[in-house]
Ligand binder design. Structure first.
Ligand code: PLP
Length: 265
């Protein structure tokens, strides 16, 4: 909806290399230009992103944590980005994975909304809440931006069943805490195993981890044949990496067993 409201031919969006694939799609769909800023250590290079903003830039997309790299920008570094960006550039901080952050990395971006009228925060029920199939999420922003997004929003874009589930999910703190805890344990397990297997990985703050492996496409197919689906990342400019989602303890072990088999072949 942000792309729908603010992008058009002659305008541009800034985002990082290896950033979530929906940003280029949304930008292209509006006929706008993408300004892709080289990543730093696989993460967003905020200084370079600020420098890349041109007069025709209307949107900056920042995923924090990012998919598929799992990289994270501390709140203190991100906070003044909207102030330093031009007022007519809407800064979207996509917080789809924010609920997975360990307590010491949490930051209060909602408080920033009072200071920055060009800031949009996006959240989803697809991740820690486990409601991906219901297609429901929300955004937080200045009422002026919300008014513009309402003009491009389809009426009744979220169904009543999804809304009821979302409200219930927001109140289910126990489930969210359990999901986040299980995820952190799973991440630690996978990262430990990658170290043992001597596979390079990108330390992750999300619910997946991206690792480097030679012949990534072949390994992906060998995993697939053993019933394990991981994500090849060639279209993210990372042809030598695969991304695996954290599962239940049993699923994590199944993946690791399948991976060892795939690497031994
Ligand atoms: C960075 C990021 N933002 C947003 C989403 C949106 O998820 P959904 O459309 O299911 O709400 C995803 C899902 O993969 C994501 O990785």
């Amino acid at each position: 909806m942000v792309a729908g409201a603010f992008l058009a031919p002659g305008r541009a969006a800034v985002y990082s290399q290896h950033a979530f694939a929906v940003y280029p799609l949304a930008t292209q769909a509006r006929g706008a230009r993408s300004i892709v800023v080289p990543a730093k250590d696989y993460g967003h290079d905020l200084a370079a992103m600020l420098a890349a903003i041109t007069p025709e830039t209307r949107v900056v997309f920042i995923a924090n944590p990012n998919n598929p790299t799992g990289t994270f920008i501390p709140g203190a570094e991100l906070e003044d980005f909207p102030a330093r960006a031009p007022r007519n550039a809407t800064v979207v901080v996509d917080e789809a994975y924010t609920d997975y952050l360990p307590p010491e990395l949490r930051y209060d971006s909602v408080a920033w909304l009072k200071k920055f009228p060009n800031l949009v925060l996006t959240r989803t029920f697809s991740k820690v809440y486990g409601l991906a199939g219901l297609r429901v999420g929300f955004g937080l922003m200045h009422p002026g931006i919300a008014e513009l997004l309402n003009r491009v929003r389809q009426p009744f874009n979220v169904n009543s069943l999804a809304l009821a589930a979302a409200v219930a999910a927001l109140g289910d703190k126990k489930f969210v805490a359990k999901s986040a805890r299980m995820n952190r344990a799973g991440l630690a397990r996978l990262e430990r195993a990658f170290k043992t297997l001597e596979l390079e990985f990108i330390p992750s703050c999300a619910n997946f981890v991206t690792f480097r492996v030679s012949r990534a496409r072949a390994v992906y197919e060998k995993l697939l044949r053993q019933g394990v689906i991981v994500r090849p990342l060639a279209n993210y400019d990372m042809p030598d990496h695969l991304r695996v989602t954290v599962g239940t303890p049993r699923e994590n072990e199944k993946f690791l067993k399948a991976l060892r088999t795939a690497l031994d072949d």
